[in-house]
Write a protein that binds this ligand. Structure first.
Ligand SMILES: [Zn+2]
Length: 255
């Protein structure tokens, strides 16, 4: 049930422990939401949250655990060498190769999300950016990149570095022939950009299959991006999904 108060402002924390606990809760919730939307493909996909104290460490999902089962206590802490500092499951090599380089290149990024979702990977084969076809698509207008150099599964740090370079200062990258990657200043924001980018890919694929869609013009797309594409907007959009998944699946908070 919804709470009577409106908790929809980014929380403040009195200690790193409190902030860490919050990030881990949001991360576990984001995996459950990704599972709900069917973004998992076997063992592929990862969302990371930078540790608020050990800034070169991040929290990540265990390799091979279903997104729909992940609880706070299952999350693993990984250091800058790719060693699992907390947790007993294996680490996805690609999660380390990609996310370590993004967290290193972008100190502003708290969280990064990547999965092999159906419409994102379908769109990625076209190797072009998304057009501002809808209001939701405008959040990505001028703020996402195409990494169009697919060379196989990403297990090398050098490849992760090239992906981080391609991402630049943007909120998302389309990894050609692979899938989507999004980042944010909160787990909520990174997760939301992924969800809405996946659906934006779906919308453009549908529109182009049906006819010749008319994009929103540059000036209006730019203005709309300013209205819908900010960090706070991304965070806020995730809150209804967060509140729903925690109410439906409270075990995700098990520590
Ligand atoms: Zn991947």
């Amino acid at each position: 049930m919804p709470s009577d108060r409106a908790p929809h402002a980014f929380p403040k924390f009195s200690s790193p422990d409190e902030e860490r606990a919050h990030r881990k809760q949001r991360l576990a919730a984001a995996f459950r939401v990704f599972g709900h939307f069917g973004f998992d493909e076997g063992a592929a996909g990862h969302i990371t949250a930078r540790d608020p104290e050990l800034l070169d460490h991040f929290w990540v999902n265990p390799l091979g655990m279903n997104f729909k089962h992940i609880r706070v206590k299952d999350l693993m802490l990984v250091n800058d060498k790719g060693e699992v500092v907390e947790g007993n499951w294996p680490l996805n090599g690609a999660a380390f190769a990609i996310h370590s380089q993004i967290h290193a290149a972008r100190p502003d990024v708290v969280s990064a999300a990547h999965a092999h979702s159906l419409y994102g990977k379908s769109w990625s084969t076209l190797r072009r950016p998304l057009d501002p076809l809808t209001q939701d698509a405008c959040a990505f207008y001028g703020d996402h990149a195409v990494f169009d150099d697919y060379t196989g599964a990403v297990f090398e740090l050098e490849e992760g570095k090239r992906i981080a370079h391609s991402l630049g200062s943007g909120k998302a990258a389309i990894l050609a022939n692979h899938g989507l990657l999004t980042v944010g200043r909160s787990v909520d924001e990174a997760a939301w950009w992924f969800i809405t980018m996946e659906r934006t890919c779906q919308a453009q694929l549908l529109a182009e299959a049906a006819g010749t869609p008319v994009p929103i013009g540059h000036d209006v797309a730019t203005k709309t991006a300013g209205q819908t594409g900010g960090h706070g907007a991304g965070w806020r959009q995730f809150q209804p999904l967060h509140d729903w998944i925690v109410a439906e699946q409270p075990d995700l908070l098990d520590e």
